[in-house]
Design a binder for this molecule. Structure first.
Ligand SMILES: C[S@@+](CC[C@H](N)C(=O)[O-])C[C@H]1O[C@@H](n2cnc3c(N)ncnc32)[C@H](O)[C@@H]1O
Length: 267
């Protein structure tokens, strides 16, 4: 699905070239309006950093890091080292390219891999973060167990994800799977149980449903505009299934079945 996603490194660079005339002397901050593939942009990263109690020099692992937007922002704004892991080879390649272009390769490393089998050592991270991505992972308990394994004692896992507030119809679950690769969605309490089983203590859980509901409408409009932009640039506009699923998402949030939550847990 992410090979056909409306946001890509290629599309970000095309936009920046158009806006700046060239890609010379690109700074990390030039990317921040374009490379954050989650709701709430940089403010959401700052909330994650606050909950994680980030301090300069910490080692952070970003699960499902995408194009590396949050990883670069945390390295740039908080002076941490971030290892981003993503399953999609094009995402990893795009993230590396963007990171190199803004001179952050010494502090942001991207690895291609699965968050349910992370190729990093036990107790090698002070903090594990993840934003709006575990919805794609079939075995969320396994991903949380991996986060727990990577953390030092006292380290924190802070993540946001879509959650179910009520059982959704099989037809809607199918739409979300086919268009957004969303699967085995959890309730807030279901995530609480998985966090405990992973050996972590839940410190905080903030229901973000209202905030995300507002953002969702704008985001949907942006995706439609991006599809038009891609068409005009001669690229494939993306899949109808993506837009159908996004439209279902808007409806399910409006009717109270789906929402978002930020979890913070300590080892
Ligand atoms: C919505 S994007 C979020 C990107 C990033 N967290 C951000 O906020 O910009 C979700 C990412 O999860 C990745 N992903 C999905 N399943 C994964 C898995 N099992 N292991 C690692 N990455 C995965 C996808 O390739 C995609 O890049």
């Amino acid at each position: 699905m992410y090979d056909r996603h409306p946001i890509s490194a290629e599309q970000i660079l095309a936009r920046l070239t158009k806006a700046r005339g060239s890609l010379d002397s690109l700074q990390a901050a030039d990317l921040f309006d374009h490379d954050q593939d989650h709701y709430g942009g940089l403010a959401a990263n700052d909330e994650i950093a606050r909950c994680a109690k980030l301090r300069t020099g910490m080692n952070v692992v970003d699960f499902c890091a995408g194009l590396g937007g949050p990883a670069r922002y945390l390295a740039h704004a908080y002076g941490v080292h971030v290892t981003g892991i993503d399953l999609n080879a094009n995402r990893v390649e795009g993230a590396r390219d963007l990171t190199l272009r803004v001179g952050l390769s010494d502090r942001v490393t991207m690895i291609e891999g699965d968050v349910t089998a992370v190729p990093l050592a036990d107790a090698s991270a002070d903090v594990v973060v993840s934003q709006e991505a575990l919805l794609h992972v079939p075995d969320k308990g396994r991903a949380l167990a991996e986060a727990s394994r990577l953390l030092v004692t006292g380290g924190r896992l802070v993540f946001t994800d879509w959650v179910m507030h009520g059982a959704i119809a099989a037809a809607d679950a199918d739409l979300l799977w086919r268009g957004l690769a969303a699967q085995s969605l959890q309730s807030i309490s279901g995530y609480g149980d998985l966090i405990a089983v992973a050996g972590l203590q839940l410190e905080m859980c903030d229901d973000l449903t209202v905030t995300w509901g507002d953002i969702l409408q704008t985001r949907f409009a942006m995706y439609k505009a991006l599809a038009d932009e891609r068409r005009a640039a001669g690229m494939a506009p993306g899949e109808d299934e993506f837009y159908n699923a996004y439209s279902a998402l808007v409806r399910l949030v409006e009717t109270g079945y789906l929402g978002g939550c930020r979890f913070c847990a300590v080892k």
